[in-house]
Design a binder for this molecule. Structure first.
Ligand SMILES: Cc1cc2nc3c(=O)[nH]c(=O)nc-3n(C[C@H](O)[C@H](O)[C@H](O)COP(=O)(O)O)c2cc1C
Length: 384
């Protein structure tokens, strides 16, 4: 692969010290709640939220990949109502002009030749704003639907690495090539057209385990992690350890991002009360149970006990440090995260429209005052 880097339209590599994005509007977001205002992925809702974020200069719009919900037998539960991330990314790319659009994929659910071509197409539609988020998978029933039983943990990441290697070759090589590996056999592989970004569209990866971390540091440009503490000193240690590992082990420099559920209100009490209302009083308990059971059975990041203790935390937004309070409080916490070395953060809200509007009105100017972000001027009109 060539060393030339050309990603002029991808804002992930822009000057803002703290980059921001939205996560999960191709599904219900991340909260496990029964409140009626919880986000639903109608196409109007997807477009409205994407355009609000894009107009305000957000750097990232991230779709997750899920093929089946995590409550056995409840096929119409919101955890299983998820738009396909590639076609979502293509549609959102056409409707926006600034943000990077992230599609997410597991290795066993789509052949690398198909994934490579879809990514190249979205990169062309978006004029060079695609990012591919690669995940090893944890939700056993969804992979079993494909006749692809969830592999042993280390093997999952070997599979993902080989899958990604083929995609990268298809993106970059101009001659047909054969590939015979542990998981794939490709005869005279090729893919045209190529993506616009060089040497390839950026890769993101989020793994909680040591193997997942190693994979992300070796292959990804953006490593996603969940911060283990509420203490800014520990954030700094965790983030710098990640970057150091990528540098020393693989000679690579990576961005580190995290994600956070946001509850912004005029007072701390109002914010705490709303959090309690949606994540405790109206918790979707079946959904939390299903999510914990799936994760406990297959992921390596946390023990079953830790998972149970974090029920309310998961209900609030699937883990992640919470940003709950006044605009001032949230801006201060974001500043601390940036000072700890964090490059970017994805937000989820119970009600994305309401949350985005509050954030853009109150917090965005504070981030600009603090020098974390520059005021944004949209450069192009959205397509109809
Ligand atoms: C921000 C974020 C996004 C993720 N998106 C997905 C996803 O779209 N689909 C999926 O199956 N897993 C997703 N995961 C799960 C991880 O890819 C990974 O499987 C999980 O963190 C367990 O880590 P491990 O594989 O290292 O054990 C996501 C995790 C995080 C933190």
């Amino acid at each position: 692969m060539s060393d030339i880097v050309s990603r002029p339209n991808n804002p992930l590599f822009g000057a803002n010290r703290l980059k921001i994005g939205i996560f999960g509007t191709n599904g219900k977001g991340s909260a496990h709640t029964l409140v009626p205002e919880a986000f639903k992925p109608s196409w109007d809702n997807v477009l409205n939220t994407a355009r609000i974020a894009d107009d305000a200069g957000y750097e990232a719009i991230v779709a997750y990949a899920r093929w089946k919900g995590y409550i056995q037998g409840r096929v119409s539960h919101p955890s299983g109502i998820i738009l396909d991330p590639f076609t979502y990314a293509a549609g959102v790319a056409q409707a926006t002009s600034h943000a990077a659009i992230f599609a997410t994929s597991h290795a066993p659910t789509i052949h690398p030749i198909a994934a490579a071509k879809q990514c190249a197409t979205i990169d062309i539609i978006s004029n060079g704003r695609l990012v591919l988020n690669v995940v090893a998978g944890w939700n056993k029933p969804e992979l079993e639907m494909f006749g692809a039983p969830l592999k042993e943990h280390t093997e999952r990441y070997e599979h993902l690495a080989e899958w990604l290697q083929i995609i990268e070759r298809l993106w970059s090589e101009n001659e047909e090539f054969d590939h015979e590996g542990k998981f794939f056999k490709i005869i005279k592989g090729m893919s045209m057209p190529k993506p616009l970004q060089a040497p390839r569209p950026p890769i993101m990866s989020a793994g909680g385990s040591d193997t997942g971390r190693r994979f992300a540091c070796e292959h990804a440009d953006i490593c996603f992690l969940l911060l283990h503490s509420e203490d800014p000193k520990e954030w700094e240690q965790q983030i710098s350890a990640y970057k150091k590992f990528a540098r020393e082990e693989f000679g690579r420099s990576v961005q580190v991002w995290t994600y956070a559920p946001v509850v912004q209100r005029d007072t701390m009490k109002e914010a705490q009360d709303y959090l309690h209302h949606y994540a405790v009083e109206n918790q979707d308990k079946d959904s939390v149970d299903g999510w914990i059971a799936g994760n406990a059975a297959t992921a390596k990041g946390m023990s079953p006990e830790t998972l149970q203790n974090l029920r309310t935390h998961f209900a609030a937004g699937g883990g992640g440090n919470q940003l709950v309070g006044t605009a001032d409080h949230i801006a201060e916490k974001l500043h601390q995260l940036s000072d700890a070395g964090l490059d970017g953060i994805l937000f989820t809200w119970v009600d994305f429209m309401d949350g985005l509007q509050r954030f853009n009105r109150d917090i965005m100017p504070m981030l600009e005052m603090r020098g974390l972000r520059a005021p944004f001027k949209a450069s192009a009109q959205h397509a109809a």
